[in-house]
Design a protein. Sequence first.
Lengths: 428, 313, 286
Amino acid sequence: MLFRKALLLFGLCLILALGVSLVSAQEPVTLRILTHWGEESFLAGQDALYGSCEAQTGVNVELEAVAFNDLLTKIIANQTAGTNSDIIHAYNLWLPDFARSGLLSTPPQDIIDTISANTSEGVVQGVTSVGQIWGWPTEVNTYLLIYNKRLLEEAGYTEPPTNWDELKEMSAAISQTDDTGAVTQIGYGIITGWDSGVVHPWATLLQSNGGQYLNADETATAYNSPEGLETLQLYADLVESGGTDMSMAAQAEFTNGRVGMMIMANWWRSGLQNAPGVDYETEVGVAPVPVGPSGDETSTMSYNWLWSVTSTSPNQEKAWEFIQCINTPAAEGEGSPMGEYLVNVLGAIPSMTYDQEAFAEDLGDHFLAPFVESVAYALPEPVVAGGQEVKTRLQAEIEAVLQGMQDVASALEFASMEGDAVLQEFAQ
Amino acid sequence: MNNTRALAGRISESAPPRSHLHRQRMIWAYIFVSIPIIGLLVFSLIPILFSGWVSLHEWNMLSPVGEMPWVGLENYIYLLTQDNVFRQALVNTFVFVIGGVASNVVLGLGLALLLNSKLRGQSLWRVLYFLPVVTAPLALGVIFAFIFNRNYGLINSILVGIGIPRQPFLSSPYQALFVIILMAIYQYVGYYIVIFVAGLQGIPQDYYDAASVDGANAWQRFWRITLPLLKPVMLFVVVTNTIGGLQVFDLVFSSTAGGPVNSTQTIVLHMYNTAFKFSRMGRASAMAFILFGIILVITIIQLRVLRDRTERS
Amino acid sequence: MATVERSHGNNLGSMSLTAVKYAVVIFGALVMIAPFLWMMNASLMTSAEIVRQPPVLLSAEPQFQNYPLLLDVLPFPQLYLNSLIITGGTVLGVLFTSSVAGFAFAKYEFPGKNVLFYLILATMMIPFFITLIPVFYIIRQLSWINSFQGIIIPGIFSAYGIFLMRQFIMTIPDELMDAARIDGASEPLIYARIILPLIRPALATLGTFTFIGSWNSFLWPLLVINDRDMMTVPLGLNSLRLFAAEAVNLNLLMAGTVLSVLPTLLIFVFLQRYFIRGIALTGLKG
């Protein structure tokens, strides 16, 4: 009796176990994706983006989205605890650290070939560290001169400046102060208090003046040069002439319609579309970065975001398969699902040339078109270990000059001394 | 550990004498204590000891813990001799603490005396003064940026109205720190008012009555009765405010992020950036231990000074 | 110091003194509530009105729809619920661990007592960032990532709370405990029946402070939680900010902040009577 019962129980268990294993065999692999597309408006389209390839590659996406400011902290914490997501969305400046620490897995060769064949040289460089491509480039950002057409016209200018003399003259002409001493608008806005916001625009001006941010093999800083001195002097001149004013928070005041011009990246587009004081369609203009006295042609700095697979992921193969799927167009001449998301939801520039072509019409928007064009000639921000620290130290010195606390020559000398020390330390 | 012993000792003086110890009670005491002790051991002490170990290494938090290169005291030496931002952060933090503690003591006590002097609507006033304590630092940062804006802020409108030139406040490296101190006073004074009011209510009315009979005026009563009897509360306010102030982070992080030009950089903010922006956890941990030393020394000094004064009076 | 209470003197003088006192208190209160009012007011404006120059005092037309709009963007009921679970758990946990330990430190003698107590106090002097990564590692070992207990449990051991409770319980006469012992009460029963009822004011005080801290905490929940359905109020508010921490839709951010502050404010309004007594009796008095 007892034996029969036990047998029955055993049989039941067996059937149950079989059933479970059958079901679980069909269950898709779960891929955790960590991204900075965490703003409410950006979350909306991501289901559609992942949906198409989830079924195709047999995966189930679990999205973890945080704000940009918190992304690195989150990656670090996850990595220490050994619980990193399968796919992480990374800013390319983090690559040297990630690569050195064995955080990332290397992409399969066919993916590397596809990326190399379908992106600009700058993008390839942007996602490469120690001679290795580490992930699939998503959005690419460059910096251009963004200006308020209305303020320029009110000051009597129909065209944006093409060189620094024009830039200085127009900035001074646009700036206004009321009779109580309040600055009501400024010609040129300089972002402060945020390392990339300070250094990237300054570096685009430096490059447009024939200068370089780091030396060719990226072992030392190169901004303490005659071109660099001229670039920092431009800032000092702008402060001197009232063309800019530190009491105006450049980004916020531009969206309030109180800043004539500033150099900013294309990701800012959604901020400008929601701007309370400047009309995106009719008032926001975009132009190449004005050329400096020592420069021959306009230049810009670009940086990349990329999707990488972590080395701790148990599903690396699936993850790369999934990444390839969402980045591959369904048919010749069409764009990829990722391209479509980047362009239509984010308003960003996709890195893949086939996406840039397929969505040329959407990217032909008066704001984005010049940025797309600039990707071809942009110099990538050097992807080098300690890069963030070099940037922060230069930021402090640029701001010191803007505040009149430091002269141009000693600021650059000090920043390059500190930057070189950091680069040397990491080179060892 | 001396400071905490002193602090604990001071307060245990008033404790009644212990009855005979029973073995069983001791076991219960250990059981009672074990719950939080195990928790603090796991979630505080072990992590702190681990950080002490990390402070003698170079670690980017990405590579395995076992592979951290040993650097000895290098992190400490770098911070004390070469890190200009750390030096600036030290100065700023001290200015912040001195300004904040002094103001909170004077303002908190002054307002507490007022609120305690039989005004109508006590709870209403307390709630109003406590409002900023519950307001999120993020929101305060946004609001203060508007109010102290050089060009259209309320404060500057008032200044211009009375004939004083506009001040740049948060956008000036010479003034930003003082606005941050104001923010700190604004946010926390309500908390100290509440503590001082509570302390004042603990002083028996008989003392004042007796002094009045002896012909003491209000001023004398304040110096001879209120202040001496309020010493323990004062000690609590000064010590906790200093420990908190030396670790100021949220307030700066959500308003100026340390700028302009590091003029509002604080120790913990610099620590945060060093760890999570530059991935130098070893150096950041060393900073934490230097800060720990500073807090320890200051707390001991405060306890000594305040205790001496109490004895003299 | 002219405001210190004066019990005698002529009527006219004391009346004008009272008037001065009220004037000072009212002025101070206005200053304290001004930014709060500004925030409420801004939450009823359009984004353009908030930044207009010169500043707009009142919206041309109160934008009450900002609140429904905000609820469209952020699932506030869910955020409230998550925050309440986490904050509630943390408060209860802190009250329990602090009172139990405070009781033992105040009322028992046992070897190692002082060493343990100083060790606990010393943990207050290390900034919590530095322990962030190791604690996260421990949470991971416990498989508590992406769970409410992963946020609650590390937060329920409070050195400050233990200190506060110890000071308070020390003021309770031993005779009460001895009487209970004679009646045959066990030690846990003494804690539950004698101590807990007597320290209610202190519990209210500690509870309120813990509530404020836990309700506003940001970084730790950010690390532990991956699932958007488990987001807390501060995490939700943060997603209203752009990429580079630039706030778009200031009006919505302000509306969100107003909603986020309300629960803490209500807690304070209800508990503040206890609260004042709580501090008054903590043994901080001379």
